[in-house]
Design a binder for this molecule. Sequence first.
Ligand SMILES: [Zn+2]
Ligand SMILES: [Zn+2]
Ligand SMILES: [Zn+2]
Ligand SMILES: [Zn+2]
Length: 303
Amino acid sequence: MAPLLLDLIGQYPVLTTISKYLSTLDLFHLGLTCRRSHAYILSSAKVFEVLRRNCLCDGRGLLRRQNVWNYSRYSYIWGPNGRKIHQDEEIEVKLFATRCDEAGALPCLKCGINICEECRECLRVPSRTGTRRPHLNKPWQNENLICLCDVCDARLEEQLSGQFLNELCDCDTAKRWICLKCTKEQDKETGEYYKKHTVAEVHDYDRYLEDYDATKVMMDHQFDILFYCTCGAFVPKEARPRCIWCKRKHRPEGEWSREMEETSNMPIDDGSYPIFVPNATSYPTLAYNGPIYQVPSRSDKTL
Ligand SMILES: [Zn+2]
Ligand SMILES: [Zn+2]
Ligand SMILES: [Zn+2]
Ligand SMILES: [Zn+2]
């Protein structure tokens, strides 16, 4: 009698091979199909961890980029005064000709699911705020920071020890290898922290005056913002702000202007985007030289 699929899955080398042809989510679903495949694939976290290292990227990140581009394209349609472009965009020829590099995937730094270069969430065109660091932007808006009381800060430092090569935050929005789902969670966490544990001078002036001397105050554009610890305690004035993404400390605030100078306008040169060069008479040929993107027909515009 020919072996059943389940008999094959039960053999580790076959299972390893199968995992090379599935996305992590599909592998997980295969594990849920019945008791036996659950036992082979999901019962041991270690086995699942090893298997999912082989998995393919599922292409969702690229799809999202293409959909966002479609969406903004139709929002900013040609009008009497031309097309409104609010920011630099990826070159559509490249974006729509790009394929998800399923087999060339690496694990997301947060959840470990394999994603490819095209599907990871990262800055792909130069930022309007001119920096690739999460906490630095030209209007000096207070972003992606977390400040803790001494007790919570020491506890966090202990948890982080040995996890990173660099002791200080070196997050780079163009280089981070992170999936769509994790960026959404990260944005949610950041939003909640700012909502629950900071007070902007402009939003609650009474509380601002009341706590100004007791807790840490930082700049947020032209105004102040008060920081409280996640445990509810005040934050010492001298506490070093941390990156809310990686939770590592930043350089001391006094060095941020210099850091801004060092990291401002770093080009994102993957060969597909012409970097703006003042007074340039010509631009280098781009890496992509495939077919020119066709304008979708009217019926496609409902996308
Ligand atoms: Zn991909
Ligand atoms: Zn992830
Ligand atoms: Zn605390
Ligand atoms: Zn960081």
